[in-house]
Design a binder for this molecule. Structure first.
Ligand code: XIL
Length: 332
């Protein structure tokens, strides 16, 4: 029988989890596991724009300060997720920006400078722009930001963040890039253009919300191509589901309703392979780390977001380690 030694103790790079801070602070058992296993922390939603600036001129630092306090106390790296994301733009920003794109450009600058500046030297790294490309294919997402400001909003966001904290590691983060080569190539083209122009980007985040049926070879290829940029590579939101989450996020397809032992073993293998590929393909100095998107099936976003019964995480509903946990440990 294998022993639980704490993932962070087995890893040669930071191991993190995204989590809801209030849930964490109110659940002693969850907290114990979080401290044992992880040395990096990300807020699932508490550091997005809708949480930080829900109302004009009323920055809400309470929760982000609490996360910082927790991270400091437990010696964990604090990862900032995220600065600009179409899905977390407050209504009031859309309403004002809709009428006045000059205002919107200025607002974006002020927001990033204020936020990154406040946590200068404290938030180690940021997802500066999240999901600027369509779910699949090569096109930029026709988001509110894109429509009002054009694609240059992306590089500007990186510039502002860099000016506010020159030491912070700045990521472009997206999903499906491990499986959709067309999308991956489009992201890499943007990243290489940024590098050539001196736009301060330091890393690529693979969200890695994957499914059991995505071939390891395809993931390996994507990691290799991304690592060739020389940038930091972060597996930023890892979870592995059995069912199908619809790319447009309108729901999922429930193919599996019961978790069998065989499925548990297969998932463990998939987790192990993912970790091993990261270790073997991404050069050591580019291994920024691996972050799980919640670490218990109980708390995972999949159920609520896609209306799917699934088992994406390394701990189960009762906060017991699954075979997937030991798969990760083996892979490390
Ligand atoms: C998710 C959170 O986990 C949910 O709680 C929230 O309702 C929606 O956002 N890609 C991302 C993350 O970049 O910010 C998302 O997090 C999951 C998909």
């Amino acid at each position: 029988k294998k022993e639980v030694i704490g993932l962070k103790n087995a890893a040669t790079f930071p191991i993190g989890t995204a989590i809801n801070i209030n849930r964490l602070l109110n659940d002693a058992k969850l907290q114990k596991l979080q401290i044992e296993n992880f040395n990096s922390i990300t807020a699932t939603s508490d550091m997005k724009m809708q949480s930080i600036l829900p109302v004009e001129n009323q920055y809400n630092w309470k929760t982000s300060d609490t996360i910082l306090q927790y991270a400091t106390k437990h010696n964990q790296r604090l990862f900032g997720h995220n600065l600009i994301w179409h899905s977390s733009t407050p209504k009031w920003v859309e309403e004002k920006g809709e009428k006045d794109s000059i205002w919107l450009g200025n607002f974006m600058q002020e927001y990033i400078k204020t936020y990154v500046g406040r946590y200068k030297g404290k938030v180690a790294a940021w997802d500066v722009v999240n999901e600027a490309f369509e779910s699949s294919g090569a096109n930029y997402r026709e988001s509110f930001w894109y429509k009002k400001l054009g694609k240059s909003y992306i590089e500007k966001a990186f510039q502002y963040a860099h000016e506010a904290d020159p030491e912070a590691i700045l990521f472009y983060n997206d999903f499906n890039i491990e499986r959709d080569t067309v999308k991956l190539n489009a992201v890499l083209k943007m990243v290489n253009e940024f590098k050539a122009k001196g736009v301060p980007i330091s890393g690529i985040g693979f969200q890695m919300h994957i499914r059991m049926d995505i071939p390891d070879e395809i993931i390996a290829y994507a990691l290799k191509k991304a690592a060739e940029t020389g940038l930091q590579i972060h597996l930023s939101e890892v979870d592995i589901i059995f069912n199908t989450h619809n790319d447009e996020r309108l729901g999922g397809i429930q193919n599996y309703s019961v978790l069998t032992d065989e499925m548990k073993q297969a998932q463990a293998e998939k987790y192990k392979n993912l970790i091993k590929m990261y270790k073997e393909i991404v050069p050591r100095e580019q291994q920024f780390g691996i972050t799980f998107w919640d670490f218990t099936d109980r708390d995972s976003w999949i159920k609520g977001f896609f209306n799917l019964k699934d088992w994406p995480c390394i701990y189960d509903d009762n906060l017991q380690p699954k075979p997937a946990y030991f798969g990760v440990l083996d892979g490390l």
